[in-house]
Design a protein around this ligand. Structure first.
Ligand code: FDA
Length: 395
């Protein structure tokens, strides 16, 4: 336990961004205090990537990030690249592998990433205080941080790294937003992103009946499209394609799903009509889709005519449903299931170089608390590393 009360920088939040900022500032010889209300650091790192942490992506161009200002993230991302984090992981002797779409995972466990960052912080002299809820933050000639344990720490720089609202049971709070409000910084409304979608009538019964069925799809909203896996759930849709598109939808927006990417359902069914007219329509469709899905999309009774006696119009309508299924979610599974929070501290209030407030000198916001939201696939950690590095270099 530290008896010091004055530091060069205080960082609140020992997640991905806070650990990176603390290590970076400590390595520059700064005296750093890192506080967290959780008993352990990096709760989200530990559960990420199914316990193997998708710690970055091979490439992290700025167009993989959503923000009110799409240019904001460029500076930090260009000064701390995926290759920089890979070099850190390699120096720590952590084995990793690449999955689809450039996603990099630990061979072993996400615990290795937390251990690597904690060792980096310790070697750099960072002082930790876990299990330390914050009572108040104020700014006089310096920032004063009072804990609920009635301790008080001071520093000329304060880095807020408390993340967003997703998964409250892991310790997520709206702390960053309260600090923004206290210091009059503008906010973009925080909302769940990378989140499963929920549906109502008329689509829900079909989705519920197919719960657990996976398929590869293209999900499209406006000009944005993702070709990835989708899975039906008892409340609607999930899987990477759906999580990705969810980040682009506002309440009431619709999107389309192509259940047969890269193929032409109409031509395929019409070819079957010509060559094997006695086949049932649902059987013809099941040659291209998982059987449960084909049967749900083309329900038939015993009287249904074979494909040879089905009109081209009916076949065309089925093909349209398969390849251009228009869906309007009723809502999302909310922050309890969202992988990230979109929105947050408005980037107009921050320096893209240092992540510091333009109006409150020394007050920095990093990671998920900021209105920069990555795609699924290691991009959110890359933003945490890059923004944490930018602030750690600046304090
Ligand atoms: P993060 O949430 O990591 O850390 C915030 C810290 O602040 C926590 O330690 C918390 O306890 C602390 N804190 C909060 N409120 C506080 C308060 N009031 N007082 C004191 N401390 C407080 N991304 C990715 O790139 N690859 C992946 O594989 C995954 N996988 C994944 C799985 C799941 C289930 C989730 C929920 C999320 C992911 N993510 C992901 C997203 C990724 O985890 C996320 O974007 C980063 O952890 C954000 O890092 P931050 O440091 O900004 O916040």
């Amino acid at each position: 336990m530290t008896t010091e009360t004055k530091f060069d920088a205080i960082i609140i939040g020992a997640g991905a961004a806070g650990l990176m900022a603390a290590m970076t500032a400590g390595q520059r010889g700064r005296r750093v205090l890192l506080l967290d209300h959780n008993a352990e650091p990096g709760a989200k790192i530990l559960i990420s990537g199914g316990g193997r942490c998708n710690f970055t992506n091979r490439e992290a161009p700025a167009n993989r990030f959503l923000s009110g200002n799409p240019h904001f993230a460029k500076s930090a991302l260009s000064r701390y690249k995926p290759a920089d984090f890979i070099a850190l992981v390699d120096r720590a002797g952590i084995a990793w592998h690449e999955k689809t779409l450039g996603q990099l995972f630990c061979d072993g466990s996400a615990q290795q990433i937390v251990a690597m960052l904690m060792k980096g912080c310790r070697d750099a002299g960072v002082i930790f205080r876990f299990d330390t809820p914050i009572a108040s933050v104020s700014r006089q000639s310096m920032f004063h941080v009072k804990t609920e344990g009635r301790e008080e720490f001071r520093a000329p720089a304060l880095i807020i790294a408390t993340g967003g609202l997703s998964i409250p049971k892991l310790g997520a709070t709206g702390f960053a937003y309260r600090i923004a409000e206290q210091f009059d910084l503008p906010m973009i409304k925080p909302e769940p992103a990378l989140v499963p979608l929920t549906f109502d009538q008329p689509d829900l019964p079909l989705m519920r009946g197919l719960s657990g069925t996976p398929c590869e799809v293209v999900a499209t909203a406006g000009k944005t499209r993702f070709r990835e896996a989708m899975i039906f759930t008892h409340r609607g849709l999930s899987g990477p394609a759906i999580l990705q598109i969810s980040s682009y939808l506002k309440a009431g927006d619709s999107f389309t799903v192509d259940l047969l990417p890269g193929a032409n359902a109409r031509e395929a069914l019409l070819a079957t009509k010509r060559t094997r007219p006695r086949v049932a329509l649902r059987t013809a469709l099941a040659e291209h889709l998982p059987q449960r899905l084909a049967h749900a999309l083309a329900p038939e009774d015993d009287q249904a005519p074979p494909i040879g006696e089905t009109s081209d119009k009916v076949i065309g309508a089925l093909a349209e449903r398969v390849q251009n299924w228009r869906l309007t979610p009723e809502g999302t599974e909310g922050f309890a299931k969202a992988e990230v929070t979109r929105g947050g501290i408005d980037t107009r209030a921050l320096s893209s170089q240092t992540m510091a407030s333009n109006d409150v000198p020394g007050l920095h916001f990093i990671g998920e608390s900021v209105d920069v939201t990555g795609w699924l696939g290691g991009y959110n950690f890359q933003w945490a590393w890059a923004s944490g590095f930018a602030a750690g270099q600046a304090v």
